[in-house]
Structure formats: structure tokens, C-alpha cells
Design a binder for this molecule. Structure first.
Ligand code: RFL
Length: 388
């Protein structure tokens, strides 16, 4: 079994397969240092935590992760908080930076004798319908050669070799460009509020999410394709404070901006998630806009479903789980996409004619008001916000 990619999907899959007695190897294009320091997600759903606990992979997040159950919406009309851990299914997030989770999963995989090759790039997957497909691999010395396996798991993200190797027409790609970009910032400063902050403003969305006691993520909606480094630091802080209505709620904790990148909000889903012996999981299967923080959580869920199915097939000759894999995951993916799309529309003004914009903006205000006042809407929000 060959797994492409050592992100959350590939590492959960590798750990579960190895513990299930399945011979597997992970091929990772980047260096170990790079994957262990790549800061991205931070909000783990309750179900993600349960999956990691079930397989003995949650020790690090129990030690260093922090329970989180409140979000705060700020608008020109004021603000309100939702204690979502007391609503819906009564679940909460665990705040645990993705690079910590990846480091834990990697350490645990290596500790039990798992095999992983860093600086080793999968170039293509060939013969997915043959008995033993092959992965063309570029080794650290630049030489290319084939690796053969019974199955290949494409956990190598949206730009990986698994997606590239799908022949035209093999899968359908459903795609949506939300027409919105965020300037994503990682700041060396404590969180400015004890909640996720979502600020809706005529100048665009601004967001606040804790990562650790000393590091906070902020987002600023920005022009599509505007280079991240054209924003002077003072302008970033002024804009964040303006959009987050700091004059009414108190100033933000400023600090050194240690990472900045422009992220375009796009979503896509490949269907089916299987092409012969090649299975897709995580961002390789589906990209989801970060507005509802679902991507890493879907990756972990899909990895567990795939691991079970592969163990049944390779260990016990029962291929029913593999036959169901795509449909089972797609049901979760579409539900997450639906909520994420709802969040994206809630947080951003539309592009388009004035009439369309004013119509959409009024709908947005009505939605926020429902969320503030309607208990059933709050329960629906809470269940979908923490769930995958
Ligand atoms: P990853 O993490 O991208 O890992 C894929 C790995 O594959 C390697 N790779 C290859 N290896 C070998 N050969 C090749 N040809 C290869 N091509 C690529 C890469 O080096 C990499 O190590 O995918 P995975 O495992 O599917 O995990 C997905 C998550 O990383 C992603 O969905 C989340 O980070 C999305 N996301 C968030 N998700 C959440 O659940 N909660 C959040 O709070 C959250 N915040 C975010 C996010 C994503 C963000 N960005 C950068 C888009 C915040 C941001 C800013």
C-alpha cells in the first residue's frame, strides 16, 4: 500500500493501517521540518478528537489542546456571542494547531516502525485498473523510478499527483469559486478575545481565531489576487480594528506578523473518490472554503473510513467497505460543503450589481438576526459548526 502525502489524511491513514497490520509506506514531497512547521488549521471538531482517541493518537492534543465553545459576531448594529458548546449537540472544538497534530501523528507513526520517505515526490500514478498499479517517484537524488502496490491512497492535497493522474472523464469535478479572497495572517500575540470573532463590515469580512496562548490567526477579506506583501503592517492593524469594530469592543492585541498569505475561497468535490486502485482522501478528494474550518476534520474522518475499508479488504478479503468508500465520504463532504457555503455567504458581501448587492446584504442582515434571536437556528448552527 502506498500513501501519497504526509498531511493529516496521509498520517492518520498510515497510523491506522500500520496498527492494523497492513504493510504501507508514505511518500512525502517536502522535508520533515517543512511538514512539521506548516501552520494551517487549528480547530478540531469533536468527532475528529473521538477518532484520534479511538486509535490512541490523541495524547498530544489532550495535553496541549484547549477546549473552545464560543464565537462572537460583530456587526455595525452591535455584537453577540453564541456559546455553541451549550447548543445543538453540546459539542465543542479543540484548538490545536495543525502543525502540532502533524508532528504528533508523524512521531507516533515512526515510533511504531512506520515507513516514510521525505523529499520524495510522487510524479504520477499509472495503471490504476491493473492488479498492481505503479507510482512514479522522484527520489531525493532526482532519479525517478516506479513503486508498485496493490492500492494507492492519494492524500497529497489539491495540487498533488493523485488528482493529476486521473484520466479525463474518470471523475467529475464539482467546483465553486466564491469570488472572495482572504489575507490570512499569523500573529505573535495573544488572542484578543476568548472567542472566534467574525466581523461583518461594509469594507469586508475580518476574522479572529486563537491558535495558542501566544499566537493568533486573523483574516481580512481583500481584493482577489492582491499580493500579500503590499499591505503595510499599520494598514493591516488599522483595517482589522476598523472591521472588528474595536472602537466599540476594545483594541486588538498587536504583535509581529509572522506569516501572511492570500487565500482564494474555492470549493470543489471530485466524484467518485475512487479510480480503480487509487483512492482519494482529504484535500485531494475535496477542497472546502476555510470559512467553517472543516478541511482538516474531513481529512481525518475520510482517513479513518478508508483505513477500515482497506484493513477489511487486505486483511480479511472483504471489499465491501472499499466499494462503499466514495459514497460514504461524499455524504459527509456535501453536508460540510453546504454549511461552509452558508457561512461564506453569511460573512461576505456579494460582488455584482448594486441592486443585487443591496438585496444580498439585506438577506445577510436577516440571517445574522435569526442567528442572534432564534434558538432553533442557533442549535442548527452549533450542530453544523462543530460537526463533521
Ligand atoms: P495537506 O495537509 O495539504 O497534506 C498533503 C501533503 O501531501 C504532500 N504532497 C506530496 N507528496 C508526495 N508527492 C506529491 N506529488 C505531493 N504533493 C503534495 C504535501 O507536501 C503535504 O504534506 O492535505 P490533507 O492531509 O488532505 O489535509 C487537509 C488540510 O491540511 C486542510 O484541509 C486544512 O488545513 C484546511 N484548513 C482548515 N481546516 C480545518 O479543519 N480547520 C481550520 O481551522 C482550517 N484552517 C485551513 C485553515 C486551510 C488554510 N489554507 C492554507 C488554505 C486555514 C488556512 C489558512
Amino acid at each position: 500500500m502506498v500513501i501519497l502525502g504526509a498531511g493529516p489524511a496521509g498520517l492518520v491513514l498510515g497510523n491506522l493501517l500500520h496498527r492494523g497490520g497492513i504493510d504501507c509506506v508514505i511518500l512525502e514531497r517536502a522535508s520533515r521540518a517543512h511538514v512539521q512547521t506548516r501552520a494551517r488549521a487549528g480547530f478540531l471538531a469533536a468527532n475528529t478528537v473521538r477518532i484520534l482517541e479511538r486509535h490512541g493518537l490523541a495524547e498530544g492534543l489532550h495535553r496541549r489542546g484547549r477546549a473552545h465553545g464560543t464565537c462572537e459576531f460583530r456587526t455595525e448594529g452591535g455584537g453577540f456571542r453564541l456559546d455553541y458548546s451549550g447548543l445543538g449537540l453540546g459539542e465543542q472544538h479543540t484548538v490545536y494547531p495543525q502543525q502540532y497534530l502533524v508532528t504528533d501523528l508523524l512521531t507516533q507513526f515512526l515510533d511504531v516502525g512506520g515507513r516514510i520517505h521525505f523529499d520524495t515526490e510522487a510524479v504520477s500514478v499509472l495503471g490504476a485498473h491493473c492488479a498492481r498499479p505503479s507510482v512514479t517517484v522522484r527520489a531525493p537524488d532526482g532519479r525517478c523510478g516506479p513503486w508498485r502496490a496493490r492500492y494507492v491512497a492519494g492524500c497529497d492535497g489539491r495540487h498533488g499527483a493523485a488528482r493529476r493522474s486521473l484520466p479525463p472523464g474518470a471523475v467529475r469535478r464539482h467546483h465553486r469559486d466564491h469570488g472572495v479572497s482572504w489575507l490570512g495572517l499569523l500573529v505573535e500575540a495573544p488572542p484578543s478575545l476568548d472567542a472566534v470573532g467574525y466581523a461583518v463590515h461594509d469594507r469586508g469580512f475580518a476574522g479572529h481565531m486563537a491558535r495558542t496562548p501566544d499566537v493568533t490567526r486573523y483574516y481580512l477579506q481583500c481584493e482577489r489576487d492582491s499580493p500579500a506583501d503590499t499591505w503595510p503592517e499599520d494598514r493591516i492593524w488599522d483595517e482589522l480594528e476598523l472591521r472588528m469594530h474595536a472602537a466599540d469592543h476594545g483594541p486588538l492585541h498587536r504583535g509581529r506578523i509572522v506569516q501572511r498569505a492570500v487565500v482564494s475561497l474555492e470549493s470543489d468535490v471530485l466524484e467518485p473518490l475512487r479510480h480503480g486502485a487509487l483512492f482519494l482522501a482529504g484535500d485531494a478528494a475535496s477542497v472546502i472554503s476555510p470559512s467553517a474550518a472543516k478541511g482538516a476534520n474531513l481529512a481525518v474522518l475520510e482517513a479513518e473510513i478508508l483505513a477500515r475499508a482497506l484493513i477489511d479488504d487486505l486483511g480479511h478479503g472483504d471489499g465491501r467497505g472499499l466499494a462503499r468508500y466514495s459514497a460514504q465520504c461524499l455524504a459527509h463532504i456535501w453536508r460540510a460543503q453546504d454549511f461552509s457555503q452558508w457561512m461564506t455567504q453569511l460573512l461576505h458581501g456579494p460582488s455584482g450589481s448594486d441592486g443585487e448587492s443591496s438585496f444580498h446584504n439585506s438577506l445577510r442582515r436577516a440571517r445574522i438576526e435569526s442567528l442572534r434571536t432564534s434558538r432553533s437556528q442557533q442549535d442548527w448552527f452549533a450542530e453544523n459548526y462543530v460537526g463533521v
